[in-house]
Every structure is written in structure tokens, then in C-alpha cells.
Design a protein around this ligand. Structure first.
Ligand code: SF4
Length: 249
């Protein structure tokens, strides 16, 4: 059994996505984030009183053959850190899953708990940091510690497009990719709604070359959706572009 404080170093040996997800769920490599996620879990919001929080690292969610990977920054303290599933149980997720359902990529428009029956097709949701951080701000060291999980997820899923939610997620993804040996264009591509950039990597073992298209999207946060910075039409357009890039109807 892998030492939970060293789980990221075992990511490379995860043979399947299920193995990787289990490894992520067991991870205790970042002391500050482990303490925070468990403190939040022990002190539920009044509206969630009586619920048992997940309080652990949150694996990615979605099928192994997904051509599109949605990348946030990290789980929300009272969202995914409570439900155990990415973007599930918070207002951001309400907006995201409704849009994915409109696009035919989610089986239902709501995501309230890990056992609500929701399934995704063609798309998977993950984050460069798998534990809820204080103030939604992981440190660069925590991001780099978590990077092997993302790298292995990319190897196992082989997505063609990463739809990145928000500037912080964009920067964190680029840093995680750089830490995993991906070539990032210089100057570094800037985040923007609808921005596109291509990154690539040569596998040191096989010599095989992988490419990934990054596609920027304003974050589905209440701050953006309540103010009209991100409208449903804008979100639908980016998801439509992602589908077109991977050849989905
Ligand atoms: S952020 Fe990543 S590396 Fe750190 S404890 Fe959570 S899962 Fe492990």
C-alpha cells in the first residue's frame, strides 16, 4: 500500500484511471491542505449541518475516453470537498453542469451529490490541485506536488482539448504542465475567454509526441455569472468550440 504522504510519486505506476482516482483519494502529501480540508469537513456550513463531508482529495470525474478535459483550479471547500465529486454541490457546478447538459455531454443538468446518477460522455472534469485550499489559493509548492496526478491523468485519458476555467486555473495548469515536461510556448499564452494555445510533450520512454489544445473560458463562479461577465451563451460558445475541435457533433 502506498504511503499516503507520498502518493503523487506513485502516480506514474497507476495502470488505470480507477487506480489513479483511488490514489488521489488517498493522498495526504500536502500538510497544510490536509489540515484545511479536514477542518472544513469538521465544521460544516449551517446549510449543510448534519452532512458528512468528503474531506479528502477529490479525483477527476468523467470517462477514460473523454476527448475534452475541463480544468478548474481546486475543489471548493463546501462544494466538492463536501460531496467528493468535482464541481458538485455548489453554484459554480450548477452553471457548469447545466451547460454540459445543454451540449449533450452530461446526462442531467444538476449535480448535487456523488450518487445522484449524473454521468458524463466525451468530457471529464479535473483540477491541477485536488484538495480544497484556504482562500482558494494553493501555493506553488502544493501545485507542483500535485502535478504528477494531472500528468498521469493526461497520459491515461489522452484528451485533445483542455477547457480551462479562469485565469488562476490557466496559470496553474501551465505551471503543472511545465513541471511535467510539457513544452509551453514563449511568451506564455495569456488567459482570455476563448483564448487558444497548443502545448506539446515528448514521452521520455516511448518518444511519442502528444499535443493538447488549451481553450480558455471565464470561470463559472457566481462573481462572473451573476454579473453577466459570463453568460450562458458565452459558456455554450466555448463548449461548442471544444466539441468542434475534437470532432463532436
Ligand atoms: S493537493 Fe494533491 S498532492 Fe496535495 S494532498 Fe491534495 S491530492 Fe495530495
Amino acid at each position: 500500500m502506498t504511503d499516503p504522504t507520498r502518493a503523487p510519486s506513485a502516480a506514474r505506476s497507476a495502470g488505470t484511471l480507477g487506480d489513479l482516482d483511488a490514489l488521489v483519494g488517498s493522498c495526504r502529501a500536502c500538510p497544510r491542505l490536509v489540515a484545511w480540508r479536514e477542518e472544513v469537513a469538521a465544521n460544516p456550513r449551517a446549510s449543510f449541518a448534519g452532512q458528512t463531508y468528503w474531506g479528502r482529495a477529490v479525483p477527476g470525474f468523467g470517462p477514460a475516453d473523454a476527448r475534452i478535459l475541463v480544468v478548474g483550479l481546486a475543489p471548493a471547500a463546501h462544494g466538492a470537498n463536501r460531496t467528493g465529486r468535482m464541481f458538485t454541490g455548489d453554484r459554480s457546478g450548477d452553471v457548469l453542469f447545466a451547460a454540459l447538459h445543454r451540449a449533450g455531454l452530461a446526462s442531467q443538468p444538476h449535480a448535487v451529490s456523488a450518487d445522484d446518477g449524473l454521468t458524463l460522455s466525451g468530457i471529464r472534469i479535473t483540477a491541477p490541485v485536488h484538495c480544497a485550499p484556504p482562500a482558494n489559493k494553493p501555493t506553488p509548492g502544493e501545485r507542483d506536488t500535485c502535478a504528477p496526478f494531472l500528468q498521469r491523468e493526461l497520459e491515461l485519458v489522452h484528451p485533445q482539448v483542455a477547457m480551462v476555467l479562469g485565469a488562476f486555473g490557466w496559470q496553474a495548469l501551465l505551471a503543472s504542465l511545465a513541471a511535467s515536461g510539457w513544452s509551453i510556448p514563449r511568451p506564455r499564452p495569456k488567459f482570455g475567454h476563448g483564448a487558444e494555445a497548443v502545448v506539446s510533450r515528448v514521452d521520455p520512454d516511448t518518444g511519442g509526441r502528444s499535443e493538447l489544445i488549451l481553450l480558455g473560458c471565464y470561470h463559472v463562479s457566481q462573481q462572473n455569472t451573476f454579473t453577466g461577465t459570463l453568460t450562458p451563451d458565452m459558456l455554450d460558445a466555448v463548449i461548442g468550440r471544444a466539441k468542434a475541435l475534437v470532432g463532436l457533433p
